[in-house]
Each structure stands twice: as C-alpha cells, then as structure tokens.
Write a protein that binds this ligand. Structure first.
Ligand code: PLP
Length: 477
C-alpha cells in the first residue's frame, strides 16, 4: 500500500518511508491511497482478539511493508501490562486499554495507564520501538527536536529513553507546565534525553524548533527529526484502541457505538475517523473542545478559522489549548473526496493566516456521511462534570476527559453505547481536581515522590544559536 499527500504533489511512499518524516514535501499530510476495509468476516475474527492481536490485525494493513514477523515482535514488546500499569489500582491492565462502565451504555476508555499518564503513550511507545527498528535497518541515528507544553514531550521522552540510536532535545517553557508534568520530564536521567527549560513561553520554544528546522544545512548535518502530532505512525497506532473498545462494549458486530474525544490537534479523533473508514461500526464521533473551539465552530458552521497564538486561551484543560488543528487537513481531504487541488487551495488560505468556508460550494453537506458532531466545554463545565462523575460513580476524571464527557452526554443516543476517551489521569492536573472536589487525586504507585527526585535539565534563553550549539555539542554523545 502507498501513501499520498493530501495536496497531491508529492511522491507516493510506503509506511516505513513516511515513518521518520513530517510533512510531505508539498506541505500536505500523508494518507493511505485507499483505505483497506475489514469485511464482516474479518470483524467476526477480530472480536475474540486481545490487544496485541488486534494491533497486529490493524497495523499489518497500514504498515504492510514491515515484515509480519518483525511487526509482531515490535507490537508484543510495546503493548505489555508492565508498560500500561500506571492507572487506578482496580484497573484491568491485562486489557491494555480497559473500559470502565459508569452505567448502562456509558463507558470510559482508559487510555492513560502508560508511563506518563496520558493517552499519548498509547502511540508514542510504539513509535519509539518503530523508530529504533527503522533506524537500525538503515544504519542511521536521529536527533529529535521538539517543543512541549506538557503531555507530548513527556510521552516522547518516555518512549525514546534508552534507545541507542535516538537522542531527544525537548524544549519546554520555564513556567507553564504543572509541577507534576515538569517533574515527570526533568527527573529522567537517561543519557539520550536532554531537557531544556527555556526562559520564555511555549511559543518561544516552538519558534526555536521552527528556526532550527528551517536551517536546512544544520538540519541535514545533525539529522534533526520530530515526533509531532502529524506523524502517521501515531495516528495508525491510535486506531487500535477504537477497535478494542468497540468489541469490549458490544455483543455483536451489528451494533453501533459512539465515541467522544477530547480534541486539540485532531489526532485522536482522526484515528477514530480512520477506524470508521476501515469498517468499524461507528455511530457518532463526537469532537469535544474546550474554550479554544475552532473545531467546534467548523462542525457547526463549515467555517475553519484558525486563531493566532495570542488569541489562544489558557484553560484548565491545557493540552487542548490549540487553535490550529494540525491533523484536520487529513479529515478535510476525505471530506472533499480526496480532491487534492481543493485541499491545496484551502490550505493556501490557512497557511497565509486566513480561513475557509465549505458551505458555499456544498462540501459541508458531506459531513453527514462521516458521523462527526461536536461541542465545546468551559471551565465551569469541567468542574461540574468532574464533581458529577465523582458523586454519581465514585470515579475521578481529569479536566480533558471531563470536556469529552460533558460534550459526549449532549450527543448521547438511547440504546447506543457511548465510549468517552480518557486522555489523562487526574494526578496530572492536581490543582484542578482540588478546585473541583476539594481533595487531591490519588497518585499511581511509584510516583508519590516524583517532585523530589533529582533533576536533569539545562536552562537556556530563547535563543536559536544557543540551542544549535547545544545540539552540536551533544549530537554524537
Ligand atoms: C494531546 C491531548 C489531547 C488532544 O489530543 P489531539 O490528538 O491533539 O486532538 C487531549 N487531552 C490530553 C490530555 C492530551 O494530552
């Protein structure tokens, strides 16, 4: 199978060829040329599978240029109960992504039991193993440079730590992450992980990454790579748990299920869309945003109007504080029926700081064929939902999951199971839980003293020359 750019002006490549790259050379994102489709017989066979078997069933279709035996080894190494065991004490870790029943037809899908307590571990742990495998095969190494305001950076570091052919240089704003998030990253002592605390805000960090990536000579010389949310390997890995959850909450494959997804860069819900395109019986995909509601605006109006960093609000679900959804182009490509010229035209406007409206030419009418609906949630909604779920079910959820649950319930249909994706554990966002419930969330075992561990972090001004010198000094360690 080959992957094509959404903008239609880049070579067709295989899964392994796009694994280590970012954008396609024409600025677009890669998608399978056509979606493979699971037949009724396939789905019947998949119903009895455990997580690793399902992962193989899904990924062997999407990564069909990796030899099956190699892919199996990588999957078996990744999806173990030992890696995904950091959640609640009563979770069933053998399921990797267990579902927790709140009441009939209402579930939470536990995606945050990995090492950094957020759903990004589901994909990033696989990516770490895939990177190591692909780099070994090519006899290469890579220096990953990224900027983070929390979950992505820590998930990347925990996935890449100890890998012999990968170094991670992660920029984070000196202030702006929770104490827990900082401690999680800065306490890593692995020689191939470099934490850099920038005297500035997240946008300064991101600008530094951009400048380094635009320095093509430097980029080539030091083999600079990225693991951002547009990485197709991450999307592919996220498809697996939609299948796992579907089989967990249904008895037969005639039933349909709705999924509610706390969204920022549209990566998680994009994976749900792909699952549906592969043949999973999905009723609704519910896109939940916080006050940064650029996606909700689109699904209500057909207008996609990204906002600037300055217009982006800081909220109590910070991992969704995003106003330009980097994976959204993948969905719009499908919405246009893969009209690459149209997608290129739309993103020409977006890349120039503008917006587009899909109502006038009728494209927005196609939305109904994709089952996507949306809603937004505010700080008050989060607090109320966290309290409601605690009082009614004695389950503690974090602020992002609360956004998802709040919006999910607004779109719930009688008789159709609703699965709300848990994207982080409450322990990561203690202050908000204290505000909502007046008590501290439970810490998963082993993380009680995280903040008092020794730290390995370098302070730096928001200075491109400084980060380049730092990379040059360590790139061959
Ligand atoms: C990254 C993240 C999200 C948003 O996911 P996208 O794939 O960017 O839409 C939501 N919640 C948490 C906790 C996250 O870390």
């Amino acid at each position: 199978m080959h992957y094509l750019s959404t903008r239609g002006n880049a070579p067709a490549l295989t899964f392994s060829q796009i694994l280590l790259g970012g954008l396609a050379p024409d600025g677009g994102l890669y998608l399978p040329e056509t979606y493979p489709r699971f037949s009724a017989d396939d789905l019947a066979a998949m119903r009895g599978m455990d997580y690793r078997q399902l992962a193989f069933a899904v990924l062997s279709r999407l990564a069909d240029d990796i030899p099956a035996d190699d892919l199996k080894v990588l999957i078996d190494k990744t999806y173990t109960a030992d890696t995904y065991c950091h959640g609640r004490q009563d979770s069933d870790y053998s399921q990797i992504t267990p579902v927790r029943k709140l009441e009939d037809d209402l579930y939470i899908l536990e995606l945050s039991n990995g090492p950094t307590l957020a759903f990004k571990d589901m994909a990033m742990q696989l990516l770490g193993n895939l990177f190591e495998y692909a780099l070994d095969k090519a006899g290469q190494d890579i220096n990953i440079l990224g900027a983070t305001s929390g979950d992505t950076g820590s998930a990347a570091e925990y996935a890449m730590r100890g890998k012999h052919n990968v170094r991670v240089f992660m920029l984070s704003p000196e202030h702006g992450m929770t104490r827990f998030q900082q401690a999680q990253m800065y306490s890593l002592q692995d020689a191939n992980i470099f934490n850099i605390a920038v005297r500035g805000v997240f946008d300064d960090c991101q600008d530094m990454v951009k400048s380094v990536s635009n320095d093509l000579e430097f980029k080539a010389k030091y083999r600079i790579g990225a693991v951002n949310s547009i990485n197709w390997g991450r999307i592919a890995a996220q498809v697996i748990y939609y299948f796992k959850a579907y089989f967990a909450v249904t008895e037969n494959n005639q039933q349909q299920v709705s999924f509610s997804v706390p969204s920022g860069n549209f990566g998680n819900v994009c994976a749900g869309h792909i699952a549906r395109m592969l043949g999973l019986p999905v009723h609704k995909l519910i896109v939940a945003t916080n006050e940064n509601d650029v996606l909700d605006e689109f699904f209500h109006s057909g207008v996609y109007r990204p906002r600037t960093a300055a217009q982006t609000l800081h909220t109590s679900s910070p991992s969704m504080d995003i106003s330009k959804a980097s994976n959204f182009e993948r969905f719009v490509a499908d919405l246009t029926g893969r009209d690459a010229a149209k997608v290129a035209e739309l993103w020409k406007a977006v890349d120039a700081g503008g917006s587009f409206d899909l109502k006038p030419d009728g494209l927005f009418d196609n939305i109904k064929n994709f089952g996507i609906v949306s809603g937004s949630s505010s700080h008050a909604d989060r607090m109320r939902t966290i309290r409601l779920v605690w009082e009614k079910y004695r389950v503690m959820i974090d602020t992002h999951t609360a956004d998802g649950l709040k919006v999910g319930l607004e779109h719930r249909d009688p008789g159709i199971p609703l699965v709300c994706l848990e994207t982080a554990l409450p322990a990561k966002f203690e202050d908000s839980i204290v505000e909502a419930l007046g008590m501290r969330p439970e810490r998963p075992a082993g993380l009680e003293n995280l903040e008092s561990l020794p730290r390995r972090v370098t302070d730096m001004d928001a200075d491109v020359a400084a980060i380049q010198a730092f990379i040059a000094r360590h790139a061959n360690d």
